[in-house]
Write a protein that binds this ligand. Structure first.
Ligand SMILES: [Zn+2]
Ligand SMILES: [Zn+2]
Ligand SMILES: [Zn+2]
Ligand SMILES: [Zn+2]
Length: 450
């Protein structure tokens, strides 16, 4: 059936043109279908790829046959994920296999952005390094295309690759989806790209009138970012200036950098313009603020931003104890200054939540999580996997803490969204269902006792 643009409709389902599992997940997920599996079998040739069964291994063999020889040449070294993806693209192109891209796109149709890549010193350097490794990696097994052709492939790869995530939004791999890469970006998307294994599924998160692929927008970046941060990131990564409905919505963008109104008994937001001017309180209208107050507020916001970046690094090394301590202190410092809608406050509570969960501080975690739900919903919109996952995580905690009725409310809302966005056959849906059943059982049990 042709999609019509209804809420929750799968607008596109597509197998990857090329994809690789991230090195860190080797041996946990099948290299071909990305299903999690305890009985993976190693490729006997290179010993580097793992499959859930014969059929996955067979399907992958067309491309892996040559990749396998290349991998053997450089053992025990393993090329980076991006070098591996690049080689897979080169092999796939040379094999010229029939592709079933739902919107009939070919690899040649993708934009190369070669001129921008040439002017981009970071990416140019990345390309030079990649050329070197590719030569070593392929040796006599594959004749590489000319370097100008390789630059085109590289440009297409870096601009068009999708990060493939599992149901809980953890990164699992990267891949190229020929039809999927037709979709444009908006900071106010009307669709979301999720994955069933390695299959890309694009779902409408609101009604799309007169549906056609060019009316579908997904967000290429995390939506929890200020106007300037979004513009910078999109320019750096994708070479364009975003002029979407959100980027031209001043009220929305200034709220992301808002402070608590200093007036007694007012909980309004004093927003910051792009030029760092303090705007009148949205509730009581007060607009005169002392210089000391203004510079103090700016300092708190700046410090919060810096510390969030530091915490991001600590997360990478799984130093959760430190993140937890730091986030607690930071919450104290920002509590009276940043408005709850301030995007750094939202990010801080998210971090504090994750850290508290890792430190098994359930009550604290619950408090941070519940406090942040409305903001997550506002910035991500209701039918977003991010909001649904927050609800699910908080729901599980509340259930654990035996606040059963509230838990059931959160879990039910999470499940409703997951049914729309992921569909009822996704493992995440079943996962939520388990907790809902547990919750209902305990409620029934309590009812019987009473
Ligand atoms: Zn598999
Ligand atoms: Zn192999
Ligand atoms: Zn935008
Ligand atoms: Zn006010």
């Amino acid at each position: 059936m042709e999609p019509t643009g209804k809420l929750g409709e799968h607008l596109l389902e597509e197998e990857p043109y090329c994809h690789v599992l991230l090195q860190k997940h080797k041996g946990t997920f099948c290299d071909r279908c990305f299903s999690r599996c305890d009985t993976l079998k190693k490729c006997a040739g290179c010993g580097s790829l793992w499959y859930c069964g014969k059929s996955c291994q067979k399907r992958d063999w067309t491309v892996h046959k040559l990749e396998c020889k290349c991998l053997k040449q450089v053992l025990p070294k393993i090329p980076t994920d991006s070098v591996r993806l690049m080689l897979r693209i080169i092999i796939t192109k040379q094999l010229d296999l029939p592709m079933n891209s739902p919107w009939s796109r070919t690899f040649d149709d993708l934009m190369t952005h070669v001129d921008e890549v040439r002017l981009d010193s970071e990416r140019s350097e990345q390309f030079t390094k990649m050329l070197y490794t590719l030569n070593e990696y392929t040796g006599d097994v594959i004749t590489l295309p000319s370097s100008s052709e390789l630059l085109e492939i590289f440009g297409k790869m870096v601009i068009n690759s999708f990060t493939i995530s599992d149901g809980e939004l953890n990164d699992v791999g990267t891949g190229i989806y020929l039809s999927g890469s037709m979709l444009d970006h908006s900071c106010k998307p009307n669709a979301v790209a999720i994955f069933h294994g390695c299959t890309l599924v694009v779902t409408a998160t609101e009604r799309i009138e007169n549906f056609s692929p060019n009316k579908v927008f997904i967000s290429y970046i995390d939506q929890l970012a200020t106007y300037k941060e979004r513009q910078t990131l999109l320019k750096q990564q994708y070479y364009f200036d975003c002029k979407c409905d959100r980027c031209t919505d001043n009220d929305y963008n200034t709220l992301m950098r808002s402070f608590k109104c200093p007036e007694r008994n007012c909980d309004g937001a004093v927003c910051l313009s792009e030029g760092n001017e303090f705007l009148a309180c949205r509730k009581c209208g007060v607009k005169e603020f002392s210089t000391v107050l203004k510079s103090g507020a700016l300092k708190v916001q700046e410090n919060c931003k810096t510390k969030l970046n530091e915490m991001e690094e600590m997360v990478k090394s799984s130093d959760w104890k430190k993140v937890y301590e730091m986030s607690k202190t930071l919450i104290q410092e920002t509590r009276d200054v940043l408005h709850p809608m301030n995007v750094y406050n939202v990010k801080l509570l998210n971090k504090a939540f994750d850290a508290a969960v890792n430190e098994e501080e359930w009550t604290k975690a619950c408090k941070y999580g519940e406090k942040n739900l409305d903001q997550c919903r506002y910035y991500y919109s209701k039918y977003s996997p991010h909001y649904a996952l927050e609800l699910f995580k908080v729901g599980k905690l509340v259930l654990y803490l035996q606040n059963l009725e509230t838990a059931l409310r959160y879990l039910t809302e999470a499940q409703d969204i997951i049914a729309v966005v992921y569909g009822t056959n996704h493992e995440l849906y079943n996962n939520v269902n388990l907790f809902m059943n547990q919750c209902k059982d305990e409620l029934r049990c309590n009812g019987d006792k009473a």
